[in-house]
Write a protein that binds this ligand. Structure first.
Ligand code: HIF
Length: 293
């Protein structure tokens, strides 16, 4: 990996693009796991709570226990290992910035929209990570086995509307579930390395049946010879009266989906990032100080 000039994020995006192609891995691309790692980015953002004002993508606490050993994050070490050479050659960028940059670069490289991104996130050390996430990991991250009220609760807590929740869920056009990670199995769409509105089109088709197997409850259908899947949380989007109209709109209008996804995802990766006037992101202060008047 090459070292690029400090602050040259465009050059760093090119470095990320070089590691996207991984012929031996999954469907041949590191892109989907980078995006899920927007649980490294998202993930880190995904356990953010507006109420308690901690978690979020600032800090990159995912590198340390308890988050690094949280089963909800299983498999994300793949994303970390693909990014290590870039981080090693460019120690000037924080992990939290690199992970968010990698995820957004991957989405665009796979045919998706450009996502607004700015640098400035700082990393925690291991003690800060443990303190920041004490008692909050696990119950914050969404559980794919649950229904619409769970999805709405998790995302409303992060400040997202029904429209934004449905748009974000379109990320499941990428990648797949792995038996040895979540217990679920299979991709959502036929071409899981191409960002598109396929996921919404498929959700609306009356093809989904409960899968009969020894794994966790999920739906399955065979399309163009490929076995596809939906999680209960995916199916919840067409079962809920607040979510379904957005599934229909995004299935009919890919441009609208791309526009809404870009805004919602841009918002997701800014959660928990407090910027000062210069754009530098401070670590969010912890409960001890928050409790003071
Ligand atoms: Fe996912 N998601 N996600 N997801 N996700 C999985 C995989 C991916 C949920 C559950 C799962 C979002 C929200 C939710 C991606 C992107 C995003 C897996 C399978 C599960 C179970 C993991 C495995 O077995 O490897 C739930 C319940 C969500 C809330 C509704 C995000 C929208 C905000 C955050 C999002 O961007 C991607 C990409 C993958 C594929 C990863 C891969 O390794 O291929």
């Amino acid at each position: 990996m090459s070292r690029v000039k400090e602050g040259d994020y465009q050059a760093l995006r090119e470095e990320v693009k070089k590691v996207l192609k991984q012929p031996e891995y999954d469907d041949g691309s590191a892109g989907p796991v980078f995006v899920r790692s927007l649980r490294l980015a998202w993930h880190a953002s995904g356990n953010f709570s507006l109420v308690e004002h901690n978690g979020g993508s600032n800090g990159a606490g995912m590198r340390y226990p308890p988050e690094s050993v949280d089963p909800a994050n299983a498999g994300l070490h793949h994303a970390i290992s693909f990014l290590i050479p870039i981080q090693a050659a460019n120690p000037w960028i924080s992990h939290a910035d690199l992970w968010t940059l990698a995820g957004t670069t991957a989405i665009q490289a796979m045919g998706g929209p450009e996502i607004p991104w700015q640098p400035g996130r700082s990393d925690y050390d291991s003690a800060e990570a443990a303190e920041e996430h004490r008692g909050v990991v696990g119950d914050r991250l969404p559980d794919g086995a649950l229904g619409a009220s769970h999805v709405r609760e998790v995302f409303t807590r992060m400040g997202f509307s029904d429209r934004e929740i449905v748009a974000l869920s379109g990320a499941h056009a990428l990648g797949r579930c792995h038996r040895d990670r979540s217990g679920f199995d299979g991709p959502w769409v036929v071409n899981p390395t191409r960002f598109s509105n396929q996921y919404f089109k498929l959700l609306l088709r009356p093809i989904w049946k409960p899968r009969e197997w020894d794994g966790p409850f999920q739906y399955e259908a065979t399309v163009a010879g490929t076995k596809l899947m939906m999680l209960p949380t995916d199916m919840a989007l067409v079962e809920d009266a607040g979510f379904k109209p957005w599934v229909e709109k995004y299935a009919a209008d890919q441009d609208l989906f791309f526009k809404d996804f870009s805004m919602a995802f841009g918002k997701l990766i800014e959660l928990g990032v407090d910027r000062d006037d210069t754009g530098f992101a401070r670590l969010v202060k912890k409960s001890a100080e928050q409790g003071k008047p």
